[in-house]
Ligand binder design. Sequence first.
Ligand SMILES: Nc1ncnc2c1ncn2[C@@H]1O[C@H](COP(=O)(O)OP(=O)(O)O)[C@@H](O)[C@H]1O
Ligand SMILES: [Mg+2]
Length: 200
Amino acid sequence: MEAKRKMTLNQGSAPHDLDELILVTRSDEETRELGRAIGEAVDAPLVIALHGDLGAGKTTLTQGIAAGLGVTDRVTSPTFTLVSEHPGRDGIRLLHVDSYRLGDSSQAAQREARTFGMEEILEQAEAPALGPGPAVTVVVIEWAERLADLLPPDHLAIHLEHLPDEPENRLLRLLARGSRSRALLRRVAQAWTPRRAEPL
Ligand SMILES: Nc1ncnc2c1ncn2[C@@H]1O[C@H](COP(=O)(O)OP(=O)(O)O)[C@@H](O)[C@H]1O
Ligand SMILES: [Mg+2]
């Protein structure tokens, strides 16, 4: 089996495409900054699947991603709608999905999500669209664990966790699931390392 390329951010720059990046943020602002680096690195359609408990920082990270995508609207959790749409830079649009209120089991959530057209939403992040309207769709999903079977094979999974003792510290694991997300992760690591080269 091919060795996985993995790095933590005290290992210097990332010359190759990456499968996994692990880092700690120490404030909500820092999580937003990481999100911004991700958003700025996007140049193709993509699904970003966020995993983590309530308060882990999924919406905070999404706000940073939105900023990096050039979104100027306010981004909050789409509480009453499953998905909210935000126009960004260069023909990019952000679709922000929050699966929190879907059915209580993952089965039920996925059934409901299908009824709401989630498969069509995710398909739009497969390839650039032709014709008028936004060319590049980026879908960010909060509570992505509930929609696991619907996610496309190539996506960027991000797991956020509280760390014990320090209320403002979060451990983030970014996992690339295919070639597009691997290339993106390399660009994120390159952009982020010089700014925040903190040992874990
Ligand atoms: N390092 C950090 N990263 C993200 N959020 C943090 C961090 N430290 C503290 N927070 C706080 O934790 C909360 C995260 O909330 P939110 O982003 O809405 O989480 P979620 O969407 O996962 O439920 C916010 O109140 C934020 O200010
Ligand atoms: Mg949220």
